[in-house]
Design a protein around this ligand. Structure first.
Ligand code: RIB
Ligand code: CA
Length: 315
């Protein structure tokens, strides 16, 4: 089996760290680069964290490309410190990394990698979609050269998490998200409809804490911060597996139920960032969804199967 080449576009982030380690521990996947974005922190911090995580995993050879510092049409000024810590890693304050990012920015890195290996590279954005929209703007041919785009973001049939309307990654750059969902390319939306059904229980977290690998020990040091937030905000003792579920989709697609629907992203008012899927494939209800390509929208998942898979890969 030839592993699937992936680039993770990421804002690490506690669940981002889980996703990156999941990818590195999965023989089905070959992580060829990380590109960074704001979200759980400003982009300079998320870049430092991406480098730190690769060093913990003893993979400093994997390139890290620095992404956009701001959304395409708005200002970003509120990082997710309350969920992920001031350092984006549960306030464990890791030492500075030794490695440096590559000279190319994230959009240029994505374009070069996708165009160099047509239909081989899958993009996995697990933060706001700014870098992906910029890459599309600079080189529209990536839309036909990419293998797949698998996005952690959005909420089709369930409420949001950062506002009642919107999921955090889409909320931080709705204009970019509407561009990405409006492009004709093979996009899958792994949103809150499935990531909030995929939970790691405190019992599973206890098992993870028994692992002596450096990556599992790092996760066990940072996850309690996220777990405390989840207990206060969502009133349960485990954690949602947003970003690792998106990587798990690539290795266990059969565990997910999907609908093929055009997606529009609200960019105005108090519903800013809401992902609206069309009622059906005919798009007869509104011109806003007409002439938009279908997106593969995840609406159901075997949550226990996926959380077991994630735990196994992180041990
Ligand atoms: O809404 C969940 C998403 O927001 C995840 O990507 C998490 O890392 C945060 O950025
Ligand atoms: Ca993330």
């Amino acid at each position: 089996m030839t592993p699937q080449k992936i680039i993770i576009d990421t804002d690490p982030g506690i669940d981002d760290a889980m996703a990156i380690f999941f990818a590195l521990n999965s023989p089905e996947l070959e992580l060829i680069g990380l590109t960074t974005i704001f979200g759980n922190g400003f982009t300079d911090l998320t870049t430092t964290n991406a480098l730190r995580l690769l060093e913990i995993a003893e993979r400093p050879d994997i390139p890290v490309a620095v992404g956009a510092a701001q959304p395409v049409a708005d200002r970003f000024d509120e990082p997710g410190s309350v969920v992920h810590g001031d350092d984006g890693q549960g306030n464990v304050h890791l030492p500075p990394p030794t490695a440096k990012p590559v000279d190319q920015n994230a959009a240029a890195f994505i374009i070069e990698q996708v165009m160099r290996a047509p239909r081989e590279v899958t993009l996995v954005p697990i933060g706001p979609l700014t870098n992906i929209a910029l890459a599309l703007h600079l080189e529209p041919r990536i839309a036909t050269a990419v293998r797949e785009v698998v996005i952690m973001g959005g909420n089709a049939l369930v409420p949001g998490n950062i506002t009642p309307a919107a999921e955090a990654n889409i909320f931080h750059d709705p204009e970019a998200a509407d561009t990405v969902f409006g492009t004709s390319w093979p996009v899958t939306m792994v949103g809150l409809d499935v990531t909030q059904k995929t939970v790691m229980s405190s019992e599973q977290l206890g098992k993870l804490a028994q692992s002596t690998t450096a990556t599992a020990q790092h996760l066990s040091a940072i996850i309690p911060f996220y777990q405390d937030f989840t207990l206060k905000a969502n009133k349960f003792h485990g954690i949602y597996l947003h970003d690792p579920t998106t990587l798990a989709y690539l290795v266990a697609k059969d565990a997910f139920q999907t609908l093929q629907r055009p997606v529009r992203v609200e960019t105005q008012g108090f519903s800013r960032g809401k992902t609206w899927i069309a009622n059906d494939q005919t798009n007869k209800w509104s011109t806003a969804w007409q002439n938009r390509p279908p997106v593969n929208v995840c609406i159901g998942v075997n949550g226990p199967q996926i959380s077991d898979l994630i735990l196994e890969r992180l041990m």
